[in-house]
Design a protein around this ligand. Structure first.
Ligand code: CS2
Length: 493
């Protein structure tokens, strides 16, 4: 098999059914710096921006930054930034080579180089996919965690930051001193009011740098909200081999995704932006209803499927959805959620829910329950707990949502139903396991102890006896009967 790599020179030789950039990549400028250049960015924002470039506006090339590992840079550099987007469904696969990424910089190797890229006059927009934990905040309150080690580090070393927040503040201060127009900062993470949350965190961080910078950020830096949606499972070696077989050259890091894609953006870009609305994005004045619908219905269900599915022994979301009891639980969970939502103008929420279940069943995506289970402490508040609070306030039953929370609790104890260790990835993993352990063996006590983690549950839920009873009861059933039998018993009530 060939070992030749995908790169500019090979574009012309790709099979005719593989889409590729037809625009002049050498003439591209860098209008966007992206922080957190993982698979999601490459399947979503970079694909939209590639379409803008293809339509002829070459101002919007992307410099991607990795805040941790050099892997993406190492994969894409020999490929001149090119990579394959494989769009998969039961009907087959469509391949497109994306050309929007001009360069990848690895922040820890050379923090000053990233600040410099951020301070180029052509840069108008900085986009972020740094995951929930990348905001160095308290997920329950949405405020900067001032004791976060990266925050402490960056406040003391703003000339060589580590965190996204530190880089943004350093670049904003530098651009200001150079008299350059500020950039707009667009969060593309699954956080509630992601733009407002980022603005609050960034302004507080800047204030700690200097009161003057705090005021500048608060008054001058635009952080529009956005809702992003596309399912992007981690790439496997099998995926790499399949893409290579079709391309005829090797792509070290292709990205796998589904046909569906959605991007709703608050239209507030004082320094200009790509015409993303011409390539499928929706620009609105208020993202909140779209975001709540997506976070609570899609991501809330996803987390429920991840914890219950993992405990039930299912490796992937589509495998879990093939369990009729789990699928009907998910449908009911979505219905329980719907009553808490303000529906976006013109949206058909029933059709939306059906399409979500269809997407979860996509047999061509191997989306691991373990992958979605990561970082639950950062995800639960916006995905499940907000819905629970709204239902409690309305006096409604919370048993289905409580089961998902209990499954998370069962999962973070670190031991599965067969007694094997779970590789729990979460910034709070060690604390959560220790808290669960020290509660003794009683499920109700474990539930109470974990519900006391304020960064996740706030201060209110621990005091709500209905919440404790529902979660404690569900956890007891998970311990006694296991996830499969618990789901089966729900299906018969
Ligand atoms: C998933 C999301 O991993 C997860 O937590 O729920 O990445 C999900 O696939 C995307 O938000 C879909 O848009």
């Amino acid at each position: 098999m060939t070992t030749a790599r995908l790169n500019t020179a090979r574009l012309a030789d790709l099979p005719p059914d593989v889409a590729r950039p037809a625009y002049d990549r050498k003439a591209m400028r860098t209008g966007i710096v992206h922080l957190g250049i993982g698979a999601f960015h490459r399947a979503h924002q970079a694909a939209y921006t590639d379409a803008v470039l293809a339509a002829g506006d070459l101002r919007w090339g992307i410099v991607g930054a990795s805040l941790r590992s050099p892997d993406t840079r190492d994969a894409l550099k020999p490929q001149d930034g090119l990579y394959t987007l494989a769009v998969r469904s039961g009907e087959g696969e469509r391949l497109a080579v994306i050309g929007a990424i001009r360069e990848v910089v690895v922040a820890p190797e050379d923090p000053a180089a990233l600040v410099e890229r951020l301070c180029h006059p052509d840069v108008k927009v900085v986009t972020l996919t740094v995951t929930e934990k990348g905001y160095c905040h308290d997920p329950a309150t949405g405020r900067l965690d001032e004791r976060h080690p990266d925050v402490v580090h960056d406040l003391a070393n703003l000339n060589r930051p580590r965190s996204a927040i530190g880089f943004l503040a350093a670049a904003i201060a530098r651009r200001r001193s150079l008299g350059l127009e500020p950039f707009t900062v667009l969060s593309c993470d699954n956080l509630p009011s992601n733009g407002q949350t980022l603005h609050r965190i960034l302004a507080r961080f800047a204030e700690l740098v200097s009161p003057d910078l705090g005021v500048f950020v608060r008054d001058t830096i635009a952080c529009p909200d956005s809702m992003v949606d596309r399912i992007v499972p981690a790439t496997t070696d099998e995926d790499r081999a399949a893409v290579r077989a079709r391309l005829g050259v090797a792509d070290a890091w292709p990205v796998m995704t589904e046909p569906f894609s959605q991007w709703v953006i608050e239209d507030h870009f004082p320094s200009g932006r790509p015409a993303w609305e011409t390539v499928g994005a929706t620009l609105v004045s208020d993202v909140a209803p779209y975001e709540a619908m997506k976070l609570r219905l899609l991501n809330g269900s996803h987390s429920a499927i991840a914890y219950l599915g993992y405990l039930a022994g299912y490796q992937t979301v589509s495998e879990a959805m093939a369990d009729a009891n789990l699928a009907s639980y998910v449908a009911a969970l979505m219905d329980d959620t719907t009553v808490t939502l303000a529906i976006p103008p013109g949206a058909d929420v029933e059709a939306y829910k059906r399409s979500l279940r269809e997407r979860f069943r996509n047999p061509a995506l191997k989306h691991r329950t373990w992958q979605i289970a990561m970082d639950g402490s950062q995800k639960l508040p916006q995905r499940l707990l907000g819905t629970i609070r709204d239902r409690l306030a309305a006096g409604a039953d919370i048993s289905r949502h409580a089961l998902a929370v209990a499954a998370w609790m069962r999962y973070v104890t670190g031991t599965d139903e067969k007694g094997a260790a779970i590789d729990v990835r979460d910034p709070l993993a060690a604390d959560l396991a220790a808290i669960a352990r020290s509660a003794g063996g009683e499920p109700a006590e474990i539930a109470r102890a974990l519900a006391g983690v304020e960064a996740v549950f706030g201060a209110d839920l621990l005091r709500d006896s209905r919440f404790l009873a529902a979660v404690g009861g569900a956890l007891e059933r998970l311990y006694r009967d296991g996830a499969r039998a618990t789901l089966a018993s729900l299906a018969h009530v």
